[in-house]
Design a protein around this ligand. Structure first.
Ligand code: NAI
Length: 278
C-alpha cells in the first residue's frame, strides 16, 4: 500500500462544501486531476456540474463520472464565449442558484504534442496554446462576471505549473501560457475581490501522471527527478483535490490573488542529496 493510500484512508470527509454549488472543467478520464476534484467536492457535500470541450466527450469518459456523481455534463469549448455563457446559465438552472466555486483545469499545446523544439515553434499553434490554456481562464471569469454568476465569498481556481517561474526546457511554450494564466488570476482577482469578495487563485501542482502531463517530452524521468527532489515526494492528484477543496471551503476566505505551490516542497529546494545518490 502506498503512503498516498494510507493518507487517504486517514482522511474523513467533513462536509466542507455542504450547500455549495460548483462547476468543474477538465475531467477527461480517471487520471485527470479534475476528475479527483469533482469526486471529492461531491463527497464533501457540494452539488456540481461537469464540463469539457465537445471533442473531449468523444474520447474521454466524463459521462461515466457524471453518472457516478449523479450530475450532468454541459459541453463547452473554453475558447468559445457563447459556450461559456450557456454553460454558466445552464449550471445555475440545474443547480438552482449562483455558483460558489469554479475549477479551471485545462491545458493543451500542439507544439508540445508534436514535440516541436522551443527554437522552432509554430506561432499559430502557440496562439492556440495561449487561448486554450490561459486566455480561456479570463474568458471563464469574464462570463461569470457578466452573468453575475458567483455568490459573494466564492472561490475560483486554476491549475498551473512552476515552469511559469523557472525554466523547465521540455515544458516549452506552456511555461509562457502558465505565466499568463497566473497573471490573469491576480488581475481578475482584484476585480472579483473588490466587487464580490470572490477569491481567485492558482494551484501550482507537482508533475502528475495524466494525459496532459504525459504529453511533455521526458515526462517520466522528470517525474522521478521531482519526486526525489521534493522532501515529501510529488503530490499526487488525490492530494491536489484535497487542497482544492480547502480552497473552495469557507476556511480560506481571505486567500486571494495567490499562486499556491502544492508540490511536496519542490519549489523551495536547491539540491537534495537523494538526487545525487541515483
Ligand atoms: P488532462 O489531460 O486530464 O486535463 C486537461 C483537460 O483540458 C482535458 O480534460 C481536456 O479535454 C481539457 N481541454 C483541452 N482543450 C480544451 C478546450 N478548448 N476547452 C475545454 N477543455 C479543454 O490533464 P491534467 O494533468 O489533469 O491537466 C489539468 C490541469 O492541470 C492543466 O491545466 C495542467 O496544465 C495542470 N497541471 C498538470 C500537471 C501534470 O503534471 N499533469 C502539473 C501541473 C499542472
Amino acid at each position: 500500500m502506498t503512503e498516498t493510500k494510507l493518507l487517504n484512508q486517514k482522511i474523513k470527509t467533513m462536509g466542507l462544501l455542504e450547500g455549495k454549488r460548483g462547476v468543474i472543467f477538465g475531467a477527461l478520464d480517471k487520471q485527470s486531476i479534475a476528475w479527483k476534484v469533482a469526486e471529492l467536492c461531491v463527497k464533501e457535500g457540494a452539488k456540481i456540474t461537469l464540463t469539457n470541450a465537445p471533442v473531449a466527450m468523444r474520447f474521454g469518459h466524463i459521462e461515466d463520472l457524471a453518472k457516478q456523481l449523479d450530475t450532468i455534463v454541459i459541453p463547452a469549448d473554453a475558447t468559445n464565449d457563447e459556450d461559456l455563457d450557456n454553460l454558466f446559465e445552464k449550471s445555475m438552472e440545474y443547480l438552482d442558484g449562483k455558483l460558489d466555486f469554479v475549477l479551471h483545469s485545462i491545458g493543451m499545446s500542439i507544439n508540445v504534442r508534436k514535440k516541436k523544439a522551443y527554437t522552432d515553434l509554430r506561432y499559430d499553434w502557440m496562439m492556440k496554446s495561449f487561448d486554450v490554456s490561459a486566455i480561456s481562464f479570463h474568458r471563464v471569469m469574464q462570463s461569470l462576471w457578466k452573468k453575475d454568476a458567483m455568490n459573494d465569498w466564492g472561490s475560483i481556481l486554476a491549475l498551473t505549473y512552476m515552469a511559469a517561474q523557472r525554466t523547465f526546457p521540455n515544458y516549452s511554450e506552456m511555461a509562457e501560457a502558465k505565466a499568463l494564466l497566473e497573471s490573469f488570476a491576480r488581475s481578475f482577482g482584484y476585480h472579483f475581490g473588490t466587487a464580490k469578495k470572490v477569491r481567485v487563485n492558482t494551484v501550482s501542482q507537482s508533475p502528475t501522471i495524466t494525459t496532459a502531463g504525459s504529453g511533455v517530452k521526458g515526462f517520466s524521468d522528470f517525474f522521478n527527478y521531482a519526486d526525489k527532489m521534493s522532501p515529501l515526494g510529488n503530490a499526487p492528484a488525490e492530494a491536489c483535490a484535497e487542497y482544492c477543496v480547502t480552497l473552495f471551503s469557507d476556511y480560506t476566505r481571505y486567500v486571494t490573488m495567490q499562486n499556491l505551490y502544492h508540490d511536496g516542497g519542490f519549489s523551495s529546494m536547491g539540491m537534495n542529496p537523494a538526487v545525487l545518490e541515483g
